[in-house]
Design a protein around this ligand. Structure first.
Ligand SMILES: Cc1cc2nc3c(=O)[nH]c(=O)nc-3n(C[C@H](O)[C@H](O)[C@H](O)COP(=O)(O)O)c2cc1C
Length: 168
Protein backbone atom coordinates (compact mmCIF):
# COMPACT_ATOMS: atom_id res chain seq x y z
CA UNK A 1 0.00 0.00 0.00
CA UNK A 2 1.29 3.45 -0.88
CA UNK A 3 2.09 5.89 1.91
CA UNK A 4 2.32 9.65 2.21
CA UNK A 5 5.71 10.15 3.88
CA UNK A 6 7.51 11.02 0.65
CA UNK A 7 4.81 13.46 -0.37
CA UNK A 8 4.48 15.21 3.00
CA UNK A 9 8.12 15.29 4.09
CA UNK A 10 8.95 18.55 2.21
CA UNK A 11 5.97 20.35 3.78
CA UNK A 12 6.74 22.83 6.54
CA UNK A 13 3.25 23.34 7.96
CA UNK A 14 2.22 26.29 10.11
CA UNK A 15 1.41 25.24 13.65
CA UNK A 16 -1.74 26.38 15.45
CA UNK A 17 -2.89 26.18 19.05
CA UNK A 18 -6.49 24.94 19.12
CA UNK A 19 -8.50 25.45 22.32
CA UNK A 20 -12.01 24.60 23.40
CA UNK A 21 -14.32 24.30 26.40
CA UNK A 22 -17.13 21.84 27.03
CA UNK A 23 -20.51 22.97 28.43
CA UNK A 24 -19.44 21.74 31.88
CA UNK A 25 -16.51 24.19 31.75
CA UNK A 26 -13.75 21.66 31.11
CA UNK A 27 -11.05 23.31 28.97
CA UNK A 28 -8.60 21.73 26.55
CA UNK A 29 -6.11 22.67 23.89
CA UNK A 30 -3.29 21.25 21.83
CA UNK A 31 -0.78 22.10 19.12
CA UNK A 32 -2.12 21.28 15.65
CA UNK A 33 -0.40 21.04 12.30
CA UNK A 34 -3.20 19.35 10.36
CA UNK A 35 -5.43 22.35 9.56
CA UNK A 36 -6.57 24.35 6.55
CA UNK A 37 -9.17 26.75 5.25
CA UNK A 38 -11.70 24.63 3.37
CA UNK A 39 -14.08 27.21 1.87
CA UNK A 40 -13.98 30.89 0.88
CA UNK A 41 -17.72 31.63 0.70
CA UNK A 42 -18.94 30.67 3.18
CA UNK A 43 -15.68 30.94 5.15
CA UNK A 44 -14.82 27.56 6.66
CA UNK A 45 -11.73 26.05 8.26
CA UNK A 46 -11.00 22.47 9.30
CA UNK A 47 -8.73 21.38 12.16
CA UNK A 48 -7.85 17.72 12.55
CA UNK A 49 -7.69 16.40 16.09
CA UNK A 50 -6.17 13.07 17.06
CA UNK A 51 -8.63 10.70 18.70
CA UNK A 52 -5.89 10.04 21.29
CA UNK A 53 -5.84 13.62 22.58
CA UNK A 54 -7.59 15.03 25.61
CA UNK A 55 -8.52 17.97 23.36
CA UNK A 56 -10.44 15.65 21.04
CA UNK A 57 -12.52 14.26 23.88
CA UNK A 58 -13.46 17.75 25.09
CA UNK A 59 -13.97 19.06 21.53
CA UNK A 60 -16.52 16.31 20.87
CA UNK A 61 -18.69 17.84 23.63
CA UNK A 62 -18.01 21.47 22.68
CA UNK A 63 -19.92 23.81 20.37
CA UNK A 64 -16.94 26.09 19.60
CA UNK A 65 -13.20 25.78 18.93
CA UNK A 66 -10.67 28.62 18.87
CA UNK A 67 -7.72 28.50 16.49
CA UNK A 68 -4.61 30.60 17.24
CA UNK A 69 -1.82 31.65 14.91
CA UNK A 70 1.52 31.73 16.67
CA UNK A 71 5.05 32.86 15.91
CA UNK A 72 8.52 31.82 17.05
CA UNK A 73 8.14 34.16 20.05
CA UNK A 74 5.33 31.87 21.30
CA UNK A 75 7.59 28.82 21.46
CA UNK A 76 6.94 28.20 25.18
CA UNK A 77 3.18 28.05 24.60
CA UNK A 78 3.68 25.83 21.55
CA UNK A 79 5.73 23.44 23.66
CA UNK A 80 3.18 23.49 26.49
CA UNK A 81 0.26 22.72 24.17
CA UNK A 82 2.19 20.20 22.06
CA UNK A 83 4.12 18.27 24.66
CA UNK A 84 1.86 18.26 27.71
CA UNK A 85 -1.53 16.59 27.91
CA UNK A 86 -4.62 17.88 29.63
CA UNK A 87 -4.99 14.35 30.99
CA UNK A 88 -2.19 15.28 33.41
CA UNK A 89 -1.78 19.06 33.64
CA UNK A 90 -3.90 22.21 33.51
CA UNK A 91 -2.32 24.05 30.58
CA UNK A 92 -4.54 27.08 31.21
CA UNK A 93 -2.92 27.68 34.59
CA UNK A 94 0.33 28.35 32.72
CA UNK A 95 -0.78 30.86 30.06
CA UNK A 96 -2.73 34.11 29.96
CA UNK A 97 -6.17 33.67 28.40
CA UNK A 98 -9.76 34.83 28.59
CA UNK A 99 -13.04 33.00 27.99
CA UNK A 100 -14.42 33.74 24.53
CA UNK A 101 -17.54 32.44 22.78
CA UNK A 102 -19.08 29.56 24.78
CA UNK A 103 -16.09 29.80 27.13
CA UNK A 104 -13.63 28.72 24.44
CA UNK A 105 -10.27 30.02 25.73
CA UNK A 106 -8.59 32.82 23.79
CA UNK A 107 -4.86 33.06 24.38
CA UNK A 108 -3.70 36.56 25.28
CA UNK A 109 -0.42 36.15 23.45
CA UNK A 110 -0.68 35.06 19.83
CA UNK A 111 -0.53 36.56 16.35
CA UNK A 112 -4.25 36.21 15.72
CA UNK A 113 -7.20 33.94 16.39
CA UNK A 114 -10.72 33.01 15.40
CA UNK A 115 -13.47 31.09 17.13
CA UNK A 116 -15.75 28.90 15.09
CA UNK A 117 -18.84 26.82 15.71
CA UNK A 118 -18.45 23.14 14.96
CA UNK A 119 -20.57 22.51 11.86
CA UNK A 120 -19.53 18.91 11.25
CA UNK A 121 -17.06 16.25 12.30
CA UNK A 122 -15.27 14.36 9.54
CA UNK A 123 -13.76 10.90 9.99
CA UNK A 124 -10.23 11.24 8.66
CA UNK A 125 -8.73 8.07 10.11
CA UNK A 126 -6.81 8.46 13.36
CA UNK A 127 -7.66 12.19 13.25
CA UNK A 128 -11.14 13.71 13.09
CA UNK A 129 -11.80 16.93 11.18
CA UNK A 130 -13.76 19.67 12.94
CA UNK A 131 -15.37 21.91 10.32
CA UNK A 132 -15.52 25.41 11.78
CA UNK A 133 -17.73 28.37 10.83
CA UNK A 134 -16.11 31.54 12.22
CA UNK A 135 -18.17 33.62 14.66
CA UNK A 136 -15.46 35.81 16.20
CA UNK A 137 -11.91 36.77 15.42
CA UNK A 138 -9.25 38.91 16.90
CA UNK A 139 -6.05 40.52 15.87
CA UNK A 140 -2.88 40.26 17.78
CA UNK A 141 -2.04 42.58 20.61
CA UNK A 142 1.44 42.41 19.17
CA UNK A 143 2.77 44.19 16.10
CA UNK A 144 2.79 42.30 12.84
CA UNK A 145 6.22 42.69 11.33
CA UNK A 146 8.27 45.85 11.37
CA UNK A 147 7.58 46.49 7.67
CA UNK A 148 3.86 45.70 8.01
CA UNK A 149 4.26 42.46 6.13
CA UNK A 150 3.26 38.94 7.10
CA UNK A 151 4.61 37.84 10.47
CA UNK A 152 6.95 34.87 10.68
CA UNK A 153 4.84 31.88 11.77
CA UNK A 154 5.77 29.02 14.09
CA UNK A 155 6.33 26.11 11.71
CA UNK A 156 6.64 22.34 11.89
CA UNK A 157 10.41 22.72 11.52
CA UNK A 158 10.41 24.92 14.65
CA UNK A 159 8.87 22.00 16.56
CA UNK A 160 11.35 19.42 15.28
CA UNK A 161 12.55 18.64 18.80
CA UNK A 162 9.06 18.44 20.34
CA UNK A 163 7.72 15.14 21.69
CA UNK A 164 3.91 15.09 21.40
CA UNK A 165 2.04 14.56 24.66
CA UNK A 166 0.10 11.75 23.00
CA UNK A 167 1.14 9.42 20.18
CA UNK A 168 -1.07 10.02 17.12
C1 LIG B 1 4.68 19.27 15.67
C2 LIG B 1 3.40 18.72 16.23
C3 LIG B 1 2.25 18.70 15.45
C4 LIG B 1 1.05 18.17 15.97
N1 LIG B 1 -0.08 18.16 15.18
C5 LIG B 1 -1.24 17.69 15.72
C6 LIG B 1 -2.46 17.72 14.96
O1 LIG B 1 -2.49 18.16 13.81
N2 LIG B 1 -3.59 17.27 15.55
C7 LIG B 1 -3.60 16.79 16.83
O2 LIG B 1 -4.66 16.40 17.33
N3 LIG B 1 -2.46 16.73 17.58
C8 LIG B 1 -1.30 17.18 17.05
N4 LIG B 1 -0.15 17.14 17.78
C9 LIG B 1 -0.16 16.45 19.08
C10 LIG B 1 -0.72 17.21 20.26
O3 LIG B 1 -0.45 18.60 20.19
C11 LIG B 1 -0.09 16.63 21.54
O4 LIG B 1 -0.23 15.21 21.59
C12 LIG B 1 -0.67 17.27 22.79
O5 LIG B 1 0.19 16.95 23.87
C13 LIG B 1 -2.08 16.74 23.10
O6 LIG B 1 -2.56 17.40 24.24
P1 LIG B 1 -3.96 17.01 24.89
O7 LIG B 1 -3.89 15.55 25.27
O8 LIG B 1 -4.07 17.92 26.07
O9 LIG B 1 -5.00 17.27 23.87
C14 LIG B 1 1.03 17.67 17.29
C15 LIG B 1 2.17 17.75 18.10
C16 LIG B 1 3.35 18.26 17.58
C17 LIG B 1 4.57 18.33 18.47
Amino acid sequence: MAGLDGFTSPLDLPMYVVTTAAPDGERAGCLVGFASQSSIDPPRFVVWLSRANHTYEVACRATHLTVHLIGPEHRAAARLFGEETGDAVDKFARVDWWPGEAGSPVLAHCLGWFTGTVEARLDGGDHVGFLLAPVAEGPSEEPRSADGGRPRLFLLSDAADFSPGHPA
